[in-house]
Design a protein around this ligand. Structure first.
Ligand code: MG
Length: 252
């Protein structure tokens, strides 16, 4: 069942999501050659504590990080550790925060120094995928209109859409109904209503769409080990247009 949030619940979600986005923005700005993913993780934990929120991923099914940090061919769920970020790497950082009983969930892929132009195009396209998908999160559309918009942008650019992981409803729980694939034909699934809240998160690969999970049981990599990008916003379906909830407060 897809939960339609009441105005008071949406107001609480706005606050949680803004805090989430502000922390992600700060952590992402620390990505640079020479930094370890563990250092990014510790910074996120410190900022979450200061914000009086709880890191949603920490302890989730035993996950040991406060963020997911996925470098280059790592798609999602990378575990922060001793890995040193190098010049030319791209680092996907995914962060979830619980505040006031609601969850915000957001991700970005950032470049460390100068990166290959084709990888930059992958990052740009993945952001376009996210914006196109969010553009369909309007009352009266069908759920798979979101999915299709993402796939069209990715494949027109010559990239592939990860099938094994999808976006999701979000609210009091990090994962609520429905699942939101980033691919598929339009015009299918539930009709969207204003007040539904989703985490939309395209994962787009430079090469093949297939993934596999490494021996740590967490880190998802591309099957061909070519780079992947991941951008995510928590949004609310609106009557005229969607509202992006995970907008950082750049003054804080
Ligand atoms: Mg998510």
């Amino acid at each position: 069942m897809i939960i339609v949030k009441k105005p008071a619940e949406l107001a609480a979600m706005r606050i949680a999501a803004k805090k989430t986005a502000t922390i992600l923005h700060k952590v992402a700005s620390k990505v640079a050659p020479g930094v370890t993913t563990k250092e990014l993780d510790e910074y996120a934990a410190e900022l979450a504590k200061k914000a009086e929120g709880r890191c949603a991923f920490y302890g989730y099914h035993g996950f040991s990080g406060h963020i997911c940090s996925s470098v280059n061919e790592e798609v999602v769920h990378g575990v922060p550790g001793r890995r040193v970020i190098n010049e030319g790497d791209v680092v996907s950082i995914d962060f979830g925060l619980v505040f006031g009983g609601f969850v915000g969930d957001t991700a970005v892929t950032v470049a460390a120094g100068r990166i290959d132009p084709e990888v930059q195009r992958l990052l740009d396209t993945t952001q376009e995928c996210l914006q196109a998908a969010i553009g369909m999160a309007v009352e009266g559309n069908r759920l798979s209109d979101i999915s299709n918009a993402c796939q069209v942008v990715a494949e027109d650019a010559g990239f592939s859409v990860v099938r094994d992981f999808v976006g999701h409803g979000i609210g009091r729980e990090m994962h609520e109904d429905p699942q939101i694939p980033n691919y598929g034909p339009p015009g299918r699934g539930p009709v969207l209503k204003a007040g539904m809240t989703f985490a939309i998160e395209p994962m787009i690969n430079l090469g093949v769409h297939k993934t596999e999970t490494l021996g740590d049981g967490w880190t998802v990599v591309t099957k061909d080990r070519l780079p992947s990008a991941h951008f995510e916003h928590t949004i609310a379906v609106g009557r005229e247009k969607a509202e992006i909830l995970t907008i950082p407060d750049l003054d804080s």
